[in-house]
Design a protein around this ligand. Structure first.
Ligand code: GLN
Length: 247
């Protein structure tokens, strides 16, 4: 499955976050250490960031392997942000390798990423579309990939007033009541982070006034902590909270 990562803390270059660490997201694209279901994440990548607190997120996505885009590597060294969400993709069987399917997705002030797959997608697609409702407000939910409908469903929860983390958790509950699958979701609104684990790896690093939530550690820092499966992690107002999604 894909690998994703979110950062909230003092402003830093995108380069220092996604390229420089010894086991950076770029490295995880061709040599992931914790992927359980695939050995390459070469079907595209995306980096989203907030230029300043309160501003709308900016996003760069490509359908090519992250390590082959030398131009973005340069740009990333010249861009700083205090809130970033990035992902490398391994396309789920049956979905195209296309820029529109590369995550993170963006809707309003939110960035969203899904690491996993919707089980037996063809059998539940119509039901998921019902849950997703009108896609007019979430144009990126039209991308031809299972994750896009998870974005639409979650965005509906956020529109209904749910918090960042509640929106993710409710989507996991709604979709897993219909079908199997893996649902590691990750999102930010620019000032807080939230993530679920449901079938794949996730780690948290708290260090130097910052927090990183990532599918796998990007270095050997002993402060990385593994998040148990079927959990919700939120980071808001300097508080990291972990709760169980298991019934
Ligand atoms: N199902 C999503 C896709 O096809 C995510 C895949 C993944 O986590 N590897 O892009």
């Amino acid at each position: 499955m894909c690998r994703h990562l979110a950062y909230l803390g003092p402003s830093r270059t995108l380069h220092s976050l996604v390229y420089e660490p010894e086991h950076s997201l770029e490295h995880q694209a061709y040599a992931p250490r914790h992927n359980l279901h695939n050995s390459l994440n070469a079907d595209g990548f995306g980096v989203g960031w907030y230029p300043a607190t309160g501003e709308a997120p900016v996003r760069f996505r490509r359908a090519q392997p992250m390590w082959t885009d030398v131009s973005f590597r340069d740009v990333a060294a010249a861009v700083e942000s205090g809130c970033v969400l990035a992902a490398v993709r391994s396309a789920t069987q049956g979905f195209p390798v296309d820029e529109s399917c590369a995550q993170p997705f963006r809707t309003g002030p939110y960035l969203f990423s899904h690491n996993g797959r919707v089980g037996a997608y063809a059998g539940v697609e119509a039901k998921l579309r019902e849950l997703a409702g009108d896609l007019a407000d979430v144009p990126e939910a039209r991308a031809p990939v299972d994750s896009a409908l998870l974005l639409a469903i979650t965005a509906g929860h956020w529109r209904a007033g749910r918090s960042l983390g509640e929106g993710l958790a409710e989507t996991v509950f709604a979709v897993t009541s219909l079908t199997s699958g893996r649902y590691n979701l990750l999102a930010t609104d620019g000032t807080s982070l939230a993530a679920t684990t449901w079938g794949d790896s996730l780690f948290v690093l708290r260090a130097d006034g910052s927090v990183v939530i990532a599918s796998e550690p990007y270095d050997e820092d002993p402060r990385w902590e593994r998040v148990p499966d079927r959990s919700l992690v939120t980071f808001e107002g300097d508080r990291l909270c972990l709760s169980s999604l298991a019934s």
